[in-house]
Design a protein around this ligand. Sequence first.
Ligand SMILES: Cc1cc2nc3c(=O)[nH]c(=O)nc-3n(C[C@H](O)[C@H](O)[C@H](O)COP(=O)(O)OP(=O)(O)OC[C@H]3O[C@@H](n4cnc5c(N)ncnc54)[C@H](O)[C@@H]3O)c2cc1C
Ligand code: FES
Length: 286
Amino acid sequence: MRPRHPAAIMIPSFRSSVHDHTTRVSENRDLGGSHFLLTLEAEPIAVSARPGHFVMLRFDGCLDPLLPRPMSVCNVLPPGGGHPGRIQILHKVVGKGTARLSTLKPGERLQVLGPLGRPFETPASGEGGSLAVMVAGGIGVAIFPLLVPQLKRAGYESVLLFGARSSRDLVHRDWFARQGVPVRTATEDGSEGRRGLVTELLGETLASRTSVGPIYACGPRAMLQAVSGVANAAGKPTWLSLESYMGCGIGACLGCVTRVRRERTWAYQRICVEGPTFSSTEVLWE
Ligand SMILES: Cc1cc2nc3c(=O)[nH]c(=O)nc-3n(C[C@H](O)[C@H](O)[C@H](O)COP(=O)(O)OP(=O)(O)OC[C@H]3O[C@@H](n4cnc5c(N)ncnc54)[C@H](O)[C@@H]3O)c2cc1C
Ligand code: FES
């Protein structure tokens, strides 16, 4: 399916093309525990998406919900089997928009704007034996599949440290295992892996390996703050993907600002444009 009204907007600071694309659902797989893996035919976005990018999803010809919903680009699939390039969105049903996403059937349409935001800083090539660490909290894991091949190409070993409330939220971890990425889990209720917080696993990993870095983290704000504390104390280069309510996703409404450190002062930055990825040393948490 070709885009009906392909539009490209240039965001000069990142030199990336943003497409407003009418996509066709090719699959919407129920992964259990209110999680879904949605596959959309979205060739232009699949071509330009980088790890850490997100898209804004809105329902074709529908005013409820009115505002688009931000979702990370979980993965891209190359053209093949009669399909153009596709993107995958891993989401959890938490309210009206995600409930509607979960009911989409193959062949239905969804309006997608993206790729948006500043992607993760990724290493060009790895130091021998270095371990790149991905730290996920709950549905924050959705951001990492696109990062895995990039880390591999750069010569890094990688590990996923995955924390969640309970085992039913440890979604999509088999995907990482199939890529040869070890997964260590922590759950708050002790239903799987370590009983406790994922930051404990991060502390252990940093203590057990001399050559660790970079670290990437995505999850609830409190988790990201805790990851920053551990990673900054160890002096490791760390990239966080922040979440926020988003009205527009393109820097116009100022509804998503967060405070960041600047030389001897601080500034507001828009999570949708200057983020969602930030260095752990620049985010101000209070
Ligand atoms: C850059 C970015 C990437 C994201 N990627 C993903 C992803 O890959 N997969 C995924 O499942 N979700 C992701 N999210 C979160 C997702 O956008 C929200 O869960 C979704 O918009 C909720 O819409 P809703 O209509 O279902 O819920 P609503 O009816 O709007 O809200 C339901 C509940 O969720 C809470 N909530 C809604 N949005 C947020 C938010 N942004 N932060 C914290 N709490 C919120 C509300 O307070 C409320 O309690 C991302 C958010 C951002 C900003
Ligand atoms: S969501 Fe509108 S400025 Fe970020």
